[in-house]
Structure formats: structure tokens, C-alpha cells
Ligand binder design. Structure first.
Ligand code: FAD
Length: 285
């Protein structure tokens, strides 16, 4: 890694020790830079009754605080990935690149009330055996088991016969939004489509489907209370990955000397399209 010419940073507690671990990183001149959540593990090493963490000198900071998906309110990310560190860095002059580049994942649990803190990602592998459909007619509120084949629209199979239910993520996501915009979405709020395993269960047997996806079906049932072996899953696209982020050079250093940014927090590698296995890519560089 490159040597930095930056001022050294100190870290100071700006809140009581017992609570919430929101601390402020300050430079030598005392101006605040970033906030950081200090994990309980780190808090253990702090002096008792003190509100300060002993100052540490260093020439390099590494920001690895994830993407900004939660600016869209709900995403597949945990709420702790809240983009505060990136925002603070930006306010201190770090450049931000490509904020419009966001990947949307088609196979997530839809919004069904105000109790969700994230839109849980189901696996893309489910589309190997699940068939995506919505009612043909807008406003059809019948239970899926009461909607006959003739009243169903397997829209991915219809529109993209060669890809079918395995159409790429952007195409599947857009198509789902389109049918919901037409008033044919299912579930609370009408922002959902069915992912139906009935045909695969009939063809391969429940045991085979269980062998392939039991963990996912169980997770789905815990979250929604619905048994996807007996009725179709409900899915909808959700914000999943942000390709934009803090600008970095080829050494992953931002334009603030000494501030390096790695992972989803930076903008590098992707452009408008997300490259696969990105979570591993920079770690192995
Ligand atoms: C369900 C799911 C499945 C995925 N599957 C794949 C996959 O198959 N392949 C793939 O390549 N990618 C996948 N991804 C994306 C990949 O996991 C992420 O892009 C990757 O984990 C990002 O790593 P990161 O270290 O940059 O950030 P994160 O893993 O998001 O970690 C950031 C950390 O920083 C913490 N943090 C945030 N702000 C602060 C702050 N101010 N102070 C202190 N800490 C802070 C957060 O709490 C978090 O722990 C998936 C993501 C999800 C959610």
C-alpha cells in the first residue's frame, strides 16, 4: 500500500461507553471526520469510566463500510449498512462516483407491511425450478390455487421463450415491475409476483425439491408464514448492490490521501453493470 501524507487521525468517544458505540474519528486539528460504530468487542478494551479511546497514530485508514442500497429505504442489506461513513467522507471532500448505478435483484421477499427491516433475498437458484406468473386480469384477488391455468400469465416464458424463468436479473426485474404497474401484482400492496413450484413438485417429487431448497423454503415460511410447497412463493425485485461509491485510484485510495476504500463502498470495477463475484474480487487483488 502506498504511504500517505495525511495528518494522523485520533479516535474519540462522542457518546457514553455503555451505549451505542457511535464514536467520532477526528483529525489532529480536532475536526470531525467520520462516525464509526464500535463493536462491543472493541469497547471491552476501553479504559473503565473513560469516555475516550486512547489516541492512535496511523497514516492510513481503510473504509470498508458497504454500499448505499439503504438510501432506497429497504433493500437486501442489513440496516447497519447505512452509508453514514461514506456520506461523512463525501462531506469531507472525498469524491463520489456513479451514484446512479444500482443492481436490482428480482427474487426477494416483497414488502408486506411496515414490520420489515430488509427485503430478504431468496436465491436465484429457485428460478431453476419455479415458474413466475401473475393473474392475466388486473385486480384478480383470488387465491392462487383458485386461478385456473387459462387465467394465468407466465409472462417470462411468454415474452422470453428461450430464457424463460431464467431470464437475466435486469430483464426479470423490469418485467415484474411492468406487470405490477398494469395492476396484476399479487399480495399486500400489489407489488409481488408468484414463483410457483407446483409443476416441479409434480414432475420431480416433493423430496427432490426439498433436497434442493429446503433451507430457502424454511426461511421463506419463517418470514411470511406461508408454505411454498403448498402455495406459490411471492417475490418482487429489491435493491441489492450499489456499483457506485467513493472514487478510488488503482491502489484503492480515495482522493483524500491515506483514506483507502474497499469493497462495495468504492466505485471501482463495475461501471453500469455489476461484475460477478464482486464480493471476493478486491479481497484477492
Ligand atoms: C443476501 C445477500 C446475498 C449476496 N450474495 C452474493 C453473491 O452470491 N456473490 C457476490 O459476489 N455478492 C453477493 N452479495 C453482495 C455481497 O455480499 C456484498 O457486496 C459484500 O458483502 C460487500 O462487502 P463489503 O465488505 O464491501 O461490505 P459489507 O459486507 O456490507 O460490510 C460493511 C460493514 O460495515 C459496517 N458499517 C457500515 N457503516 C459503518 C460505520 N459508520 N461505522 C462502522 N461500521 C459501519 C456494516 O455494519 C457492515 O458490517 C450478497 C449480498 C446479500 C445481502
Amino acid at each position: 500500500m502506498r504511504e500517505s501524507t495525511a495528518d494522523c487521525w485520533t479516535i474519540e468517544a462522542s457518546a457514553g461507553l455503555r451505549s451505542p458505540e457511535l464514536f467520532t474519528l477526528a483529525d489532529r486539528r480536532g475536526s470531525n471526520c467520520f462516525s464509526a460504530h464500535i463493536r462491543p468487542l472493541l469497547a471491552r478494551f476501553m479504559p473503565a469510566r473513560s469516555r475516550c479511546i486512547p489516541a492512535r497514530r496511523c497514516s492510513t485508514w481503510l473504509l470498508a463500510t458497504g454500499g448505499y442500497g439503504n438510501v432506497f429505504f429497504l433493500s437486501t442489506n442489513a440496516k447497519g449498512c447505512n452509508v453514514t461513513a461514506t456520506f461523512r467522507a463525501y462531506k469531507k471532500g472525498a469524491l463520489f462516483a456513479n451514484p446512479c448505478y444500482t443492481q436490482i435483484h428480482p427474487t426477494c421477499i416483497p414488502v408486506s407491511g411496515d414490520h420489515q427491516s430488509k427485503l430478504t433475498l431468496m436465491s436465484e437458484s429457485l428460478r431453476n425450478d419455479g415458474r413466475v406468473w401473475v393473474p392475466k386480469n388486473p385486480g384478480d384477488k383470488r387465491h392462487p390455487s383458485e386461478i385456473p391455468e387459462g387465467d394465468r400469465d407466465y409472462y417470462l416464458e411468454r415474452k422470453y421463450p428461450s430464457y424463460g424463468n431464467l431470464a437475466p436479473r435486469d430483464i426479470s426485474s423490469r418485467a415484474a415491475k411492468q406487470v405490477c404497474d398494469e395492476g396484476r401484482g399479487i399480495g399486500p400492496g400489489g407489488r409481488g409476483v408468484y414463483l410457483d413450484f407446483a409443476d416441479s413438485i409434480n414432475r420431480l417429487g416433493k423430496d427432490k425439491i426439498e433436497e434442493r431448497y429446503a433451507n430457502l423454503f424454511e426461511m421463506y415460511q419463517r418470514i411470511t408464514g406461508e408454505n411454498a410447497y403448498e402455495q406459490p412463493m411471492r417475490i418482487y425485485p429489491a435493491i441489492h448492490y450499489t456499483m457506485g461509491g467513493l472514487w478510488v485510484d488503482y491502489d484503492l485510495m480515495s482522493n483524500i490521501p491515506g483514506l483507502f476504500v474497499i469493497g462495495e463502498a468504492n466505485f471501482s470495477d463495475h461501471g453500469a453493470n455489476r461484475l460477478g463475484a464482486s464480493a471476493l474480487m478486491q479481497g484477492s487483488g
